[in-house]
Design a protein. Structure first.
Length: 360
């Protein structure tokens, strides 16, 4: 099966073609991503109206490029998947309407996909990971630990109770004048910094919860920055390195405790244990290496898909679509977009569990 995917939930316009190989693993035939970063940079966050318009003007060209790069016409496509939520409504509508129009005109099955499921299943596309696995999902709008038992079977074991990790990176960058998106800028600045200089809070550490909290970081950083002002390059580097280490420590601590729970309750039948890290923040190398240490110590396998598949892209949407279409699932052409759409419907909604996009 070969699926065309479309992603427009935030500030990347993306289209991709993926297929499943004979051995069950996935292949990416194309994955075209157009970032709108320049359009939003001056505002320090994603402006929904600008995003929707930019998606609209790029959409046709991006879909055409994805098909061209894959060397395929629509005749060779067996299904079309588009992100139906969560995300910014205007952008979601552009992508979904495009997918529905192609589906109706060419009589190709259509399926609407949860963006978070796209992130959650990326490791199956990139590394052929088998169910069940433990998932750390860390993006600009979400920070969750989920037990992934199977397709559509996700149990949220932990969430941030306030800011998402990506948001913490973005706010740090904004405070220090490093621009948007903040994650890559903070990581870059941290390279020359001393991570031990500032002891930033590791909230909820040692408490009987897997949940996380990151909103205290921005107050702590602001306080340090104000007392140091004017900031020198070295101060900025040290602040970035210290905040990055605080975040990596918290994620490693919560994952290690969630791994204990997974081993007790959900481990793979063959005894194999896998931690998958997904979402834009999974591109961060310190976070990857600290999770790697936790996994090595526990005899677990860590799967971190390549950075290009961690940030928003349509290949992950096409893949989630492929898994669902293979189960003969289809969406009706009047499917509505959903700005909020948690992966685990049973879990209590907390601030960090259903929101995307840094609206300004
Ligand atoms: O998954 P994603 O592309 O979009 C959402 O679904 O939110 O994640 C974007 C987030 C942003 O907050 C960005 O600052 C963060 O991922 N990010 C990073 C890095 N690259 C992107 N955070 C830390 N380190 C990075 N290298
Ligand atoms: Zn995302």
């Amino acid at each position: 099966m070969r699926v065309l995917g479309i992603e427009t939930s935030c500030d990347e316009t993306s289209a991709a073609v993926v297929e499943r190989d004979e051995d069950g693993s996935g292949s990416i035939l194309s994955n075209v991503i157009l970032s709108q970063i320049n359009e939003h940079a001056a505002f320090g966050g994603v402006v929904p109206e600008i995003a929707a318009r930019a998606h609209l003007s790029a959409m046709d060209h991006i879909v055409r490029s994805a098909l061209d790069e894959a060397g395929l016409g629509l005749d060779s496509i067996d299904g079309i998947a588009a992100t139906a939520g969560p995300g910014l409504t205007g952008g979601l509508m552009v992508g979904m309407m495009t997918a529905k129009a192609i589906s109706a005109a060419r009589d190709i099955p259509f399926i609407g996909i949860n963006h978070l499921e796209g992130h959650a299943l990326t490791a199956r596309l990139s590394d052929n990971v088998a169910y069940p696995y433990l998932l750390l999902l860390v993006s600009g709008g979400h920070t969750q630990i989920l037990c992934v038992r199977g397709l559509g079977d996700y149990e949220r074991w932990a969430t941030t109770i306030d800011d998402a990790v990506g948001e913490a990176f973005d706010k740090t960058a904004k405070l220090l004048g490093l621009g948007f998106p903040g994650g890559p800028a903070v990581e870059q600045a941290a390279r020359n910094g001393n991570a031990e200089r500032f002891a930033f809070p590791r909230a909820l550490q040692g408490q009987d919860t897997l949940n996380m909290s990151f909103s205290g970081l921005k107050t702590a950083i602001r306080r340090e920055a104000e007392s140091l002002a004017p900031l020198h390059e070295e101060d900025i580097a040290d602040l970035c390195a210290s905040v990055q280490l605080a975040i990596a420590d918290v994620l490693a601590d919560r994952c290690s405790r969630a791994m204990d729970r997974f081993a007790r309750e959900a481990g793979g039948g063959d005894g194999s244990m896998t931690l998958v890290v997904a979402g834009g923040v999974a591109a961060n190398s310190l976070i990857r290496s600290s999770l790697d240490t936790v996994c090595n110590d526990a005899g677990w396998r860590l799967v971190a898909p390549p950075a290009r598949l961690c940030t928003d892209n349509a290949a992950m949407i096409a893949w989630a679509g492929l898994e669902r279409l293979e189960r003969n699932e289809r969406s009706p052409l009047d499917l509505a977009v959903r700005s909020r759409w948690p992966l685990d419907n049973e879990a209590i909604a907390l601030v960090g569990s259903g929101r995307r996009g840094q609206k300004v």
